[in-house]
Design a protein around this ligand. Sequence first.
Ligand SMILES: [Zn+2]
Length: 324
Amino acid sequence: MREPEFRLAPPDLGRWRQGNTRTEGVWQFQSAEPGPRVTITALIHGNELCGAWAVSQLLAVLEGGTKLRRGRLTLALCNLRAFERFDAAQPHASRFVEEDLNRQWSPDRLASGSSLERRRAAELKPWLEDADFLLDLHSMHEEGSALLLTGMQPRHVDFVRALGVAGTVIVDPGHAEGRRLRDFGPFGSDAGDARSVLIECGYHGDPDSRLVAQDAVHRLLALTEVMDVQDLPPQWRLDRPPAQWSLEVTDAIVAETLDFRFAFTPTDLQVIERKGTVIGHEQGREIVTPYDDCVLVMPSLRQLRPGVTVVRLARRRSMKAATA
Ligand SMILES: [Zn+2]
């Protein structure tokens, strides 16, 4: 299948790589006024440039002398080693160096130290684990509008509704391959009130993905009031209708072998009307939709290998019903 054109240049992270904490790429700003602890993460995947753009521009505002209004703000450029390898001619090759940084957030993997990404996750953990709000900025393999991925607890969906970013909200239980940052520690816990969202801002190479990331940052800072948004470039805020739908992910289709094939070229958020429709084949086995109006979420057409989630299946719910 044709690769979409990659039109977003990587930002020059220059001085922002270093951080102002003891950990490379991690910046922390504290107000004397009490308030929420807000964290924004970018480059969990090294080829997802939109978040690196938004975070580096926010750092330029803060390092220009703008002060927080209250609370604490942590900004993390997460997989710098992978980002350093970014090449627009092979934009998928720099997703990670040794393994996916967004599958390493369970206690056993954080403690293991067995790969570059596991060691980096352990380094980042102390800076990320005590946030009240986490915004994790990503982009996607395929072209499509923004997706807001939250955990199963209703507080996350409430947070995303309050944030008001345009896109489709997807409520999903996580990855069989390993725990994501979004679900780690307090964020995945049924107790407490730590809220998190992972935003897929569009296709990796689409310049609009950067606009979506900036909008999400602007809205988060407005919602939590850790910064006066008058101090941010006004064009960051996009005037788009907020999410109308949430999708509850019921199944993840995982390729068991290299033999997996889709029955047609699926598109993101494609609705399959009839229960029992064949969507793929693997080693003579048919993969069918389990219910009517089944939504295909983020079909992955490029990274086939055993153990990879090739598509998720979801039911549609209105945003009102999602929190009921
Ligand atoms: Zn990502």
